[in-house]
Design a protein around this ligand. Structure first.
Ligand code: HEC
Length: 131
């Protein structure tokens, strides 16, 4: 047990709780989402898109608009407005930047994979990812 200090600690704690809720909420029926199309820039076939959507709405939607998720956050802009490559999204989630907090310690790797897979599948994809 350690004392949580500062906004970063609070955010991490909130995300941890959300992640647990999301993990419990995701039933085996959702399972693996197969058939991730090959053109989609290295998204692992095991990526759980349902989990990604749940986590996106909880952790990202407050700052990002994404039509597919029904979120309308303004601070981080509209992720559906331009192509985003899977690998670039993974990096952005892990390290943040440009005013976005880092989530590399808030999420397990499989959760980051799930969110990035979901976002990259939900944005226009040109085949020319930034990675
Ligand atoms: C506290 C607000 C905030 C949260 C929460 C947040 N972001 Fe961001 N995000 C930003 C800001 C600000 C930028 C920089 C936007 C820019 O450069 O125009 C950004 C940029 C991005 C980018 C780069 C693409 C772009 O439009 O510049 C991606 C991808 C992204 N965020 C995904 C996510 C994901 C996925 C999550 C959830 C794990 C998340 N963000 C959570 C604020 C946030």
């Amino acid at each position: 047990m350690h004392r949580i200090t500062g906004s970063r600690g609070r955010l991490t704690a909130v995300l941890g709780v959300l992640a647990v809720i999301a993990a419990v909420a995701v039933s085996p029926a959702f399972g693996r989402q197969g058939n991730v199309s090959a053109h989609n820039g290295g998204v692992p076939k095991s990526a759980n898109l349902k989990l990604g959507k749940t986590l996106f709405i909880a952790a990202c939607g407050g700052c990002h608009t994404l039509a597919a998720a029904g979120t309308k956050g303004k601070r981080g802009g509209n992720l559906g407005s331009e192509p985003s490559g899977y690998t670039a999204i993974v990096t952005q989630i892990k390290y943040g930047g440009d005013g976005m907090p880092a989530f590399g310690t808030a999420f397990a790797k499989s959760q980051i994979v799930a969110i990035a897979a979901y976002v990259s599948k939900s944005t226009p994809y040109s085949g020319a990812s930034a990675d």
